[in-house]
Write a protein that binds this ligand. Structure first.
Ligand SMILES: CC(C)(COP(=O)(O)OP(=O)(O)OC[C@H]1O[C@@H](n2cnc3c(N)ncnc32)[C@H](O)[C@@H]1OP(=O)(O)O)[C@@H](O)C(=O)NCCC(=O)NCCS
Length: 344
């Protein structure tokens, strides 16, 4: 894992572990809310207590992200030995320093607020602000430089590409929460992994079985002009994407997002597909078909007995997957009316 990736892991970690020693040489381990500011991991504490004593001591700061747990039977039907966990982790060794400059302290505290309260709702922290001046003086801010920084990713990078591809299939079949995202993390770490059948896409395109916050802007660009999104603000389209149970897409050879589709689903009875869109330049090469096929096979969607969607003019496209006009279904043994509450 390169330095930028290890730093990004620290920046995104919900908590950071800090291991050090007391004056008596006893080991101590703390879990802190940490932010990366001026090339160091910074955190705060009360001006008295264990954290104060830590100033000037060597420390290790660490964070990790579990990507997927791999049961032994994915690899071997009998032996327990292959059971493992895929993860990304970062560690930095350094000496704990106290941050005394009020502007630097304010920068750390403001970064903590932005990380843990991104919705705002407070006056931004500045050293000279009358709301904060006293509090900044009183609070202890510590930092450990990220100079001696190591990152480790255990994502099957050292296995044969075919073995990795087999693991992707196992993860897709298992479909536990996080497995679709894990598939994309593993592929990003080893771009030479062959695409298994469920990810097969037309030449020049690659399907992605899980999109995330970094794809929101590009996906909203694709969806903004669609007839069903007329008058829907970009921020609402974005929230709908991030709130979906399954959100998939496709990228071109340059890595640009060129297709997107999402579903909400209870995984058992009902799923709904929404926002199916292929970039105009790539329509007609069977990308839409590959995308919808993958979405219908997505772990969150594949178990639903009824999959719904609405379309103005793509009935023929969806018919190839088995979708039918609802009116053509046999009548239910009871009568009901679809009701809706429209807000806003
Ligand atoms: C509809 C859409 C997703 C289809 O994607 P695509 O990549 O262009 O379609 P594909 O190349 O995979 O088409 C597969 C087949 O479906 C057919 N097809 C594509 N769009 C169709 C449509 N709107 N109506 C009927 N058939 C359609 C193709 O002709 C092709 O048929 P073939 O196998 O006989 O050659 C894409 O055109 C799109 O994004 N349109 C604008 C947004 C939209 O309307 N989304 C759906 C909203 S419900």
């Amino acid at each position: 894992m390169d330095r930028a990736e290890a730093e990004a892991l620290f920046a995104g970690a919900q908590v950071v572990h800090v291991a050090s020693t007391t004056e008596e040489g006893e080991p101590v381990l703390r879990v802190v809310h940490g932010v990366v500011v001026r090339g160091a991991i910074a955190f705060h504490g009360a001006p008295a207590g264990e954290k104060t004593e830590a100033v000037g001591r060597p420390a290790v700061v660490a964070c990790e992200e579990i990507v997927a747990s791999i049961p032994s039977y994915f690899v071997d039907p009998a032996r327990a030995c292959p059971a493992t966990t895929l993860y990304r982790s970062a560690q930095a060794h350094g000496v704990i320093a106290r941050v005394d400059d009020p502007d630097h302290k304010a920068e750390v505290l403001e970064a903590l607020m932005r990380k843990y309260q991104p919705e705002g709702g407070y006056t931004p922290i500045e050293a000279a602000h009358p709301l904060y001046r006293k509090a900044i003086e009183g609070i202890l801010v510590l930092s450990v430089p990220l100079e001696r920084l190591d990152g480790k990713a255990k994502l099957m990078q050292h296995r044969a590409p075919e073995e990795r591809a087999r693991l992707l299939v196992k993860l897709w079949e298992r479909g536990a929460p996080g497995d679709a995202a894990a598939i994309e993390v593993i592929r990003r770490a080893s771009p030479d992994t062959p695409a298994p059948a469920f990810l097969e896409a037309p030449a020049g395109c690659a399907l992605a079985c899980a999109l995330g916050p970094g794809d929101v802007e590009a996906a909203v660009d694709l969806l903004e002009g669609a007839y069903w999104n007329q008058g829907v603000p970009r921020v609402v389209i974005a929230r709908a994407l991030l709130g979906a149970t399954a959100w998939v897409g496709a990228r071109d050879a340059a890595g640009r997002l060129v297709a997107t589709a999402r579903a909400i689903s209870d995984g058992a009875r009902r799923a709904w597909l929404f926002d199916v869109m292929v970039a105009p330049a790539l329509r007609g090469v069977r990308l839409g078909e590959a995308l919808v096929r993958m979405l219908l096979d997505h772990p969150a969607v594949r178990g639903a007995t009824h999959v719904h969607l609405g379309t103005q003019d793509a009935h023929g496209f969806y018919a190839r997957f088995g979708f039918r006009d609802r009116a053509a279904l046999p009548p239910r043994p009871f009568t009901s009316t679809e009701m809706v509450l429209v807000r806003g």
